[in-house]
Design a protein around this ligand. Structure first.
Ligand SMILES: [Fe+2]
Ligand SMILES: [Fe+2]
Length: 317
């Protein structure tokens, strides 16, 4: 990868970026960025685009279990949306001086930055629709926050479309969960899926606020809410729906504070082979698990990159 140093790409000083933002303007491109702004926006855009991209092979694999052809069609339209969402992020990164071919097609699997949850395979239709209800809800919470607070104009505007499509994914998940939970066998399957997926989604929002400072992220509007606030927003959306379904989740609402309290050990050891949770561990242990990546990382990235290696549709140098 030939990369231009970010100091050359982003000409503004931190002071100039702050003045620009304080005057109520959005950052529209490299010409408005400082090196620190560029580094920050590249990081968050990469996480977002990687998450969208890897959800495609994950959902595609699970869609093979669709009960009927029209259900397979709905899942395919979600996969198509996710690829389009990923494309928005990578295209913006291309405008910000990142080599898109390297980023999407040549980057080693271990360097992708999506949440660990997607490294664990979805092995049934029930697990796919649970992912729509839990993971897409997490994505929706995160992207709504970016949409509301982002100072990077091109992304902020593009998210209006993404938000609407994520609403469809969520509705797909919820409609199916309601249908499955009408029967005891279906509810038992949903419960088994939620048992491993719920805690993985709690992890999705990252280290607790006490462990992590987000100075630059919050100041430049890369995100508005803290990790713990985002985790709470996700639980506030998901837990009442789970109650409605009669599905148990290991948290309860604390009436006094109005926030959710996690009742199980957290963070917690995860057995990838059996998709079961063990004893409480430290966040350092969780970070080590995230860094090692999970069972599907290489297979999913291989699926996404294979066509690039076997065709000659390369960008002109
Ligand atoms: Fe998406
Ligand atoms: Fe989605």
């Amino acid at each position: 990868m030939v990369a231009t140093p970010i100091e050359e790409l982003a000409p503004r000083t931190e002071e100039e970026v702050r003045e620009h933002l304080q005057s109520g303007k959005l950052v529209e491109g490299l010409q408005h960025m400082s090196p620190q702004y560029l580094q920050g926006i590249r990081r968050i855009l990469t996480v977002s685009a990687d998450t969208e991209l890897v959800s495609a092979p994950s959902y595609l694999r699970a869609a093979q279990h669709a009960p009927a052809l029209n259900n397979f069609g709905s899942a395919m339209s979600i996969v198509q949306d996710e690829l389009a969402h990923a494309h928005i992020g990578y295209r913006l990164l291309g405008d910000l001086g990142v080599d898109m071919d390297w980023l999407i097609y040549e980057r080693p699997a271990a360097e992708f930055k999506y949440p660990y949850a997607f490294d664990v395979p979805l092995d049934s239709w029930t697990e796919l629709v649970c992912a729509n209800a839990l993971y897409d809800q997490a994505g929706y919470v995160l992207l709504s926050d970016v949409h509301a607070t982002s100072t990077f104009g091109p992304w902020k505007r593009a998210l209006a479309k993404v938000d609407k499509e994520e609403t469809f994914h969520l509705r797909h998940g919820r409609t199916w969960l309601k249908k499955l939970c009408k029967h005891p066998d279906g509810r038992a399957e949903v419960q088994a899926a939620v048992d491993w997926m719920f805690i993985l989604t709690l992890e999705w929002f990252g280290l607790p606020d006490a462990r992590k400072r987000h100075g630059i992220q919050l100041e430049y509007g890369f995100k508005g809410l803290s990790n713990d606030e985002l985790r709470q927003a996700w639980m506030a959306a998901v837990v009442p729906f789970m109650d409605e379904l009669g599905i148990e989740v290991p948290v309860h609402l604390d009436e006094a504070s109005g926030g959710y309290v996690i009742d199980c050990p957290f963070p917690r050891a995860f057995d990838e082979a059996t998709k079961t949770w063990g004893d409480e561990i430290t966040w350092d242990d969780v970070i080590a698990r995230w860094k090692a990546r999970g069972p599907m990382n290489e297979a999913y990235v291989e699926k996404l990159q294979r066509g690039y290696r076997t065709t000659s549709f390369r960008r002109a140098g």
